[in-house]
Design a protein around this ligand. Structure first.
Ligand code: ZN
Length: 469
């Protein structure tokens, strides 16, 4: 099956052909770790995690190298550390740990590499040196600037005309800039800010050069896939590309540029500066991580996604329906729970994912598989239930879903409720053993009031939350 991916540079969907199928490389711009991350920050995390999984399925688990960086040099980090009176490293460690916990809760696999700007400083300084030597950068008043005129393709990725690039250039029109489009590679640190030595004086790097150096260090340039949010196309990725090429890494920087659309909340662009109250961690407390993941993948990744209560409620209901089928299948099979199939994944799911990660279609294909399992249960066809159920598990798990045991999914993470239900079930079993049917019915009614469905079977009673299909 050929994987097709939409490339921002060529503005077209093209077959994906890695330079080396035994070493497929992908880089995605990661967070600035100065606070708990908004749900919008996790759309690229989940989208590119899905791509990472699909690539691993196609090329083999060890053949795909995925680097997602961390920006740990930033004004907001400095401000936070100063406000709290703690070392900068304490702030970045705290929020990086939280970010990785949230990503894991949303089913994201750990990237192969998670490079940090502070640990790549030698490579950053060396790359700026290369740019200066290649006449693509110049030092002025303690700063080093990229000379945009040195890169004739500047603006090609974002497709912006020259006038827009000039107007869009950050409005700090410093007198030492040769061209308003020129951007900072190195700058002096302000008093109290962290600084590193360099041939141009002590200071700190600009944001764009950090990524280019981290890619060169962790994966080597050029790479197969570069990803990030659509807001990073300009100036961040445009500048990354210019730096990489002019530092001497060849004409190509990334074979495919992929960008996810915004997550819109209350019709406003989600960005770290808005301060919308939608921290991933708060949502994870309220909904299962898989439901949040499903919601983030419910629309095609290139389209904007409206983040609403209906979206997340619908995602939970969709997973309830599939887990309900799996739960019934396990009960029907008795004893031996379903295990994921191996080998080629269900054709409809694979085809949808290979078509530029068409997740809405892949989800529809999962439902179709679930309907097939349901029909096989109705037909009392054990081999078909085991076979189709296994294919459903395999396809769902490829997308990062269905990792929970169906029983556990419906019993949720609420330990107090679990303990209460188990206690009531024990009381009910005692009442039934004593043929006290009135008491047994009363307890059943109490369980119903808790939204618990009791399922009597040969091995005793089990239970699940109502709402399962
Ligand atoms: Zn970046």
């Amino acid at each position: 099956m050929t994987l097709s991916l939409y490339d921002t540079m060529s503005r077209s969907k093209r077959p994906f052909v890695p330079k080396d199928p035994d070493r497929v490389t992908m880089y995605v711009c990661g967070p600035t770790v100065y606070n708990f991350a908004h749900i919008g920050n996790f759309r690229p995390v989940v989208v590119f995690d899905l791509l990472f999984r699909v690539l691993r399925h196609h090329y083999g688990e060890d053949a795909v190298l995925y680097a997602a960086n961390v920006t740990d040099v930033d004004d907001k980090i400095n401000a936070k550390a100063a406000a709290e009176g703690v070392p900068i490293r304490e702030v970045t460690e705290r929020y990086l740990t939280a970010y990785n916990e949230d990503a894991a809760a949303l089913g994201a696999l750990a990237p192969t590499f998670q490079p940090r700007a502070t640990e790549t400083m030698d490579a950053i300084v060396a790359m700026i040196g290369d740019l200066v030597r290649n006449n693509a950068a110049y030092a002025a008043e303690g700063h080093v600037l990229f000379a945009t005129a040195a890169f004739t393709d500047y603006g090609k990725l974002s497709g912006r005309p020259l006038e827009d690039l000039i107007a869009g250039a950050r409005v700090d029109v410093a007198p030492y800039k040769q061209d308003p489009r020129d951007f900072v590679l190195w700058k002096p640190s302000k008093p109290g800010e962290p600084e590193w030595p360099s041939p141009w004086g002590p200071g700190r790097p600009g944001w764009h050069i950090e990524c280019t150096a981290m890619i060169a260090e962790s994966l080597g340039l050029p790479i197969d896939i570069h990803g990030g949010g659509i807001d990073l196309v300009f100036p961040h990725h445009e500048n990354e590309l210019a730096q990489g090429v002019c530092a001497g890494h060849g004409r190509e920087y990334a074979a495919v540029w992929m960008h996810n659309g915004f997550l819109n909340m209350a019709e406003e662009k989600m960005s770290k500066s808005l301060g919308n109250v939608a921290l991933a961690r708060d949502l994870i407390g309220e909904y299962p991580g898989e439901a949040i993941r499903w919601a983030l993948l419910a629309g095609h990744y290139r389209q904007p996604l409206e983040w609403t209560g209906e979206l997340i409620g619908g995602a939970k209901a969709a997973l309830d329906r599939i887990y309900g089928v799996l739960d019934d299948a396990n009960r029907f099979l008795g004893g031996e729970p379903l295990t994921p199939a191996s080998g080629e994944v269900e054709a409809d799911v694979a085809a949808a994912l290979a078509d530029d990660l068409n997740t809405p279609e892949a989800m529809a294909a999962l439902f179709k598989l679930a309907d097939g399992v349901r029909a096989a249960i109705m037909a009392k066809d054990k081999p078909a239930v085991a076979r189709l159920g296994g294919r459903l598990l395999q396809a769902g798990q490829l997308m990062g879903f269905l990792a929970a045991a169906p029983q556990a999914w419906f019993q949720g993470g609420n330990d107090d409720l679990k303990a209460k239900v188990e206690a009531l079930l024990t009381e009910r079993a005692t009442a039934r053993a004593a043929k006290d049917w009135a008491e047994a019915d009363r307890i059943r009614a109490e369980l119903t009031a808790l939204n618990i469905e009791v399922l009597d079977g040969p091995a005793g009673a089990t239970w699940r939350m109502k709402g399962a299909a």
